[in-house]
Ligand binder design. Structure first.
Ligand code: G1P
Length: 276
């Protein structure tokens, strides 16, 4: 059973400057909740209670968010404002949080490798918090992937079709469809130009990885943009037939950019936000 979920959260969030100058991008609020809290809620709903966060300099607000604030608790005790903290208290009560730092920014693969001491030798999930995923019709995306992993026992990436001119923003996969919406990956390319893309099926920020990925990352040299890419390490697993790509049920908002962030805000306001 998978219990751990890793959140790479060391990135600078340059696309949201100046908002992210002194605040982690993962703390940007979609309506009233920071992006990373949506991710942790999705993890908990999938039964993943051990939350591991790879942070960096200037990211202390993340640790404070997933901790009790005694002063605040004292101030609002017995008032009608206590209800605002019910959601975050549930996460603090039901999950454990551990942290490590990525001291150099050398890519997503490197960030995941930095989390190795927190993960050890077991399969784990990875959430990129700026991809906000929702499914108003049923199980969350991680829950869907955990169920698939329990059956297939291999690495799984979540995918969605993207417009042809967007392939340069994503890892793109190709493979054989083994059941509706589920592909055994035979090829993966990090951020190809449209003319070099094998398909338009793009990896989004949800992964389940088997622990041999760490050795594969260690064997992976710098790729696209001079960074250690998780896509390249996964390709090594894929040549052994051990990576599935899953067209998840639900919606994903790219909150790493303004358009997706605004869309997510409107969606969450309409669907989840309740005036307490
Ligand atoms: C990363 C991965 C990419 C993936 C994307 C999903 O890119 O490298 O393969 O498609 O996340 O959001 P980034 O968005 O960090 O540049």
């Amino acid at each position: 059973m998978i219990k751990k979920c890793l959140f790479p959260a060391a990135g600078y969030g340059t696309r949201f400057l100046p908002a992210t100058k002194a605040m982690p991008k993962e703390m940007l609020a979609v309506v009233n909740k920071p992006l990373i809290q949506y991710g942790v809620e999705e993890a908990l709903a999938a039964g993943l209670t051990e939350i591991s966060i790879v942070t960096g300099r200037g990211k202390r607000a993340l640790e404070d968010h997933f901790d009790i604030s005694y002063e605040l608790e004292h101030q609002i005790k017995g008032t009608d404002k206590e209800k605002y903290l019910v959601g975050i208290r549930k996460l603090i009560d039901e999950c454990s949080f551990s942290y490590t730092r990525q001291t150099e920014m050398k890519g997503l693969g490197h960030a995941i490798l930095s989390g190795r001491p927190l993960i050890g030798n077991e399969a784990f999930a990875v959430v990129l918090a700026d991809d906000l995923c929702v499914n108003t019709e049923g199980d969350g995306v991680l829950q869907q992937m955990v169920e698939l992993h329990n059956y297939y026992k291999c690495s799984i990436v979540a995918i969605q079709e993207v417009p042809k001119d967007q392939t340069h923003k994503y890892g793109i996969i190709a493979g054989e469809e083994i059941e509706p919406g589920l592909f055994r990956v035979s090829n993966m390319v990090e951020k190809p130009k449209p003319e070099d893309a094998p398909t338009y099926m793009a990896i989004i920020g949800r992964y389940i990885l088997t622990p041999d990925i760490f050795e594969k990352i260690e064997q992976t040299g710098p790729g696209k943009g001079g960074e250690i890419q998780i896509t390249d390490a996964l390709m090594k697993q894929a040549t052994e037939g051990n990576v599935l790509a899953y067209k998840f049920k639900g919606q994903r908002f790219d909150c790493g950019g303004a358009a997706g962030y605004v869309e997510a805000t409107n969606f969450c306001f309409e669907h989840f936000y309740k005036e307490l």
